[in-house]
Unconditional design. Structure first.
Length: 258
């Protein structure tokens, strides 16, 4: 069984910055009376609750695979809002939702053409899909992680290639997928978010809460600290030494309605 390495405290260190894409994604959704919503990769449930309240939904279900994240959700569950443990890779209900929503979760999964077909099958007639995925794979924060993972002893310890964003496509690919799946309206955009971090070292803290969990998952516990030290050693010289440090982060936001 895979280790649950998600740390809510680490993830929430950049709470305001991580919330901005959610707000922009939510703004794309068209409210309807009595909506039934599923939030895939709901995390601690804070933003799921905001989604539920903002859209005045009849029912919202948050799904996440992390016990640590879900431990933060019980107090939020009420008035049609619920949370459950589940692997979003296995999510495949019949047409029962008015909105399939996912903020910064689907990039962990491969085969997005097949994935979006499966998610679309969960929508009722006239239903909507709203998804945000990171697209920062060409930033040094991501490039260096892959480079270090290819070095010895990390390559051997991981037992193969590790990819922190296995499924992310180009924005135009998502537009094509939505069109082929019968979405009569869509909005697909690449958004660059400008985050001012205290210094370049903070980039390491940022990715420790997200991207690097994929590498931590594959490496033995005694090897990961070595990986992290090597990552820091190679990354920081590639980042401008300014205070504050401008951390540019690209994300793809997409919305469609049947």
């Amino acid at each position: 069984m895979a280790r649950d390495l998600w740390d809510p405290a680490q993830y929430e260190r950049f709470h305001d910055e991580r919330s901005r894409p959610f707000v922009d994604l939510l703004a794309l959704v068209r409210p309807r009376p009595g909506m039934r919503i599923v939030d895939l990769g709901c995390g601690t449930g804070e933003l799921t609750e905001r989604l539920h309240r903002t859209l005045s939904a009849r029912e919202t279900r948050g799904i996440d695979a992390s016990d640590a994240m879900l431990a933060k959700t019980p107090a939020r569950a009420a008035d049609g809002l619920s949370f459950e443990k589940g692997d979003i890779a296995d999510f495949a209900p019949g047409p029962s939702f008015d909105l399939v929503f996912s903020n910064a979760a689907l990039h962990w999964l491969p085969d997005h053409a097949g994935l979006f077909a499966r998610l679309s099958a969960a929508l009722r007639e006239g239903g909507q899909i709203a998804v945000q995925v990171p697209a920062n794979y060409d930033h040094p924060s991501h490039v260096v992680a892959a480079e270090v993972a290819g070095e010895s002893p990390f390559r051997e310890a991981a037992g193969g290639r590790v990819d922190g964003q296995p499924g992310v496509l180009r924005p135009e690919d998502y537009a094509t997928i939505l069109d082929r799946l019968g979405y009569v309206e869509q909005d697909v955009r690449l958004q660059v978010y400008a985050h001012h971090l205290p210094a370049r070292d903070a980039v390491v803290d940022w990715v420790k809460g997200t991207l690097l969990t994929a590498y931590q998952q594959r490496l033995p516990a005694e090897v990961y600290p070595q990986f992290l030290a090597r990552y820091r050693e190679r990354l920081l010289p590639r980042l401008e030494d300014t205070r504050p440090y401008l951390f540019l982060f690209k994300r793809i936001l997409l919305w469609g309605q049947h």
